[in-house]
Ligand binder design. Structure first.
Ligand SMILES: [Zn+2]
Length: 345
């Protein structure tokens, strides 16, 4: 079995975006409460949007299952207030649930959270519980910067976040640390803000005792861990200089995906990061679109790079492609076991 831990519904039907535009206009006019909150999308529209893209690409690349979440750039937690974020988040998660229900063998839900700048993440607990317990989702995406580019909320290791972490531990769901759009013109969203978020989260974890307080809390840092693997020696040295434990101490709680879009990057990730900490991911559809003229294949066809790492032992390859995901996403493992699918652990 091959599990892609990182996919977004970037091809959602137009009615979703139209709703968001109406919501923004209503909020600007001070009338969120009066907003028509219905979104009319048919099952056929969902099927069409997935079969022409996500499901087709998965099948072409031999990927069995994708952990599927709302479009990250559209979370846009800076928009409106906590109530506006909650309404939008519920719609996005409900649409994921409908997609998963239409393709239960292909997709598993991961939720967006109704974060809002300056608001305690405790406000995310009811939606997290709903998605996990009622909709069967197995994880969440956590935006480390709900301001979308200005980083005025406390670091991920601050007690500010603890109520949400307590619930994540209780539910046994990990979070992918995932920024959204960027309102700051200094930071292109996918080219800089995403990678900044990944790298910053790792350094925050390194410089804290968060995992002493939450020994079973788990985070996936996407996009190959941002700049971290390339600068592994820097982080090892900083930990040493700062009197922090060696990086191994973080590796029970922190995992990286394989959304790295060239062969040397994947080789470096596999060389530097312990193999138990790497989860296959590709971030389809469309974080980086198009075909690499030097290879003739899509940049985001990350399975192809992993397949081409000749020195990777078969057991390690299997862990990266599915075994590690089943360890990190405990609910996914149990869901598959309940369906009679043979899985480790
Ligand atoms: Zn993503």
């Amino acid at each position: 079995m091959i599990i892609d831990c990182h996919g977004h519904y970037t091809t959602a039907p137009r009615a979703l975006v139209d709703f968001r535009e109406r919501q923004k206009a209503a909020f600007a006019a001070g009338a969120v409460g009066g907003l028509d909150t219905k979104i009319r999308i048919s099952d056929d529209e969902i099927r069409e949007s997935l079969e022409s893209k996500q499901i087709r690409i998965q099948a072409e690349r031999g990927v069995d299952l994708t952990l599927f979440s709302p479009r990250a750039a559209h979370m846009a937690h800076h928009v409106g207030d906590a109530a506006a974020s909650e309404l939008w988040t519920r719609h996005c998660n409900d649409l994921i649930h409908r997609a998963v229900s239409l393709y239960p063998d292909r997709l598993v839900g991961v939720c967006q959270l109704p974060q809002s700048p300056g608001v305690s993440p405790a406000n995310c607990i009811p939606e997290l519980v709903r998605c996990v317990e009622e909709l069967g989702f197995v994880g969440c995406n956590l935006n480390p910067d709900p301001t979308d580019g200005y980083w005025t909320d406390p670091p991920l290791t601050d007690r500010h976040w603890y109520p949400l972490y307590e619930k994540m531990v209780e539910l046994d769901v990990p979070a992918m640390v995932h920024t959204s759009c960027s309102c700051n013109p200094n930071f292109h969203f996918t080219g800089a803000h995403y990678i900044n978020g990944d790298t910053s989260a790792f350094m925050q974890f390194l410089d804290s005792d968060l995992f002493k307080d939450f020994p079973t809390l788990k985070f996936i840092i996407p996009h190959g861990g941002g700049a971290v693997p390339y600068h592994w020696g820097r982080y090892r040295g900083l930990a040493q200089n700062m009197g922090r434990p060696p990086l191994d101490a973080l590796m029970k709680n922190v995992f990286f995906d394989t959304c790295v879009y060239h062969q040397p990057g994947i080789e470096l990730l596999m060389t530097v990061v312990p193999p138990e900490n790497i989860l296959f991911g590709s971030e389809i559809v469309g974080a980086v679109k198009g075909i690499d003229p030097t290879t003739g294949y899509n940049y985001d066809d990350t399975k192809r790079y992993i397949d081409a790492v000749a020195w990777l032992p078969p057991q390690t390859r299997s862990k990266v492609l599915s075994g590690n995901a089943l360890q990190v996403y405990g609910r996914l493992r149990r869901q598959l076991q309940a369906q009679g699918v043979p899985v480790p652990g």
